[in-house]
Design a protein around this ligand. Sequence first.
Ligand SMILES: [Zn+2]
Ligand SMILES: [Zn+2]
Length: 333
Amino acid sequence: MINAWAATAAKQKLEPFSYDPGPLGAKEVEVAVEHCGLCHSDLSVINNEWGFGNYPVVPGHEVIGRVVALGDNAKGLKIGERVGIGWSAQSCLHCHECLGGDQNLCAEVVPTIVGHYGGFADRVRAQWPWAIRIPEALPPADAGPLLCGGITVFAPFKVFGIKPTARVGVVGIGGLGHLGLKFANAWGCEVTAFTSTDSKADEARSFGAHNVVNSRNSADIAKMAGTLDMLLVTVNVPLDWRAMLATLRPKGRLHVVGAVLKPIPVLAFDLIAQQKSVSGSPTGSPVSIAEMLEFAARHNVLPQTEHFPIAKVNDAIQHLVDGKARYRIVLDM
Ligand SMILES: [Zn+2]
Ligand SMILES: [Zn+2]
């Protein structure tokens, strides 16, 4: 039996929940969980904000742990190795996207916490390509949030070939945004933080921002006009989108990684005139995750974390709901 914590219906507190995972699949690995980050997406799934509605939900998709069992066809891993499991636990491995190295875009991708039991548990399973080896240099207690939050903000730099000479803006200094600042700075970019909270300005600088702009101050945003190559939007609230687009240079990209549920209105001419783009992306492929982890280890990019024991998981969730997380919560098993 696997001992986990689950929400049995939408918006419920998590309760202890044991389940029999059945025989290990041939391509699966089983991981003994040591630490697991608490991500805003866990909350969205617990609360059924995205309409997945598949209870019980065992949240947890920023897993750090050790391989304890390998299926007969699980490749490339050894018993005892430390691995991480992020948003995706499985993909089909044979479609165009999977064969092309974009496994995170597979139509049959199985999220770790949707129709699959996640990492708020003593053990969790994943298909072998999605259990990614953790570099020795990364402290395991704090590496978890890199598996979802980290790859989400790192992938756009790789996917869109952002150069170290680029100027990058990061909107929102939270769980995703503070990692975005750190990665952008380590990548070599000139980094501007956009935050609605003036009190976060010094912290934003400590995370790697060279400039800080109040995202509710139209005059300050207007001063940024035509300067940014990429604006990474990590918040899930509507912004003055037209003003944000105007901060971009010609060929600039406004890239959304925060799940804003309201539509983003865009005027065609705001894109056409200077060949600007609006785009979004979900986490990253196993290879991108592995590269992100190596980069994070090399440049000492780690989330700022707060730790809770798993028995206090509901307190941890409340801390996140209250907007008090600074900046990423990790549950210790
Ligand atoms: Zn996540
Ligand atoms: Zn596929």
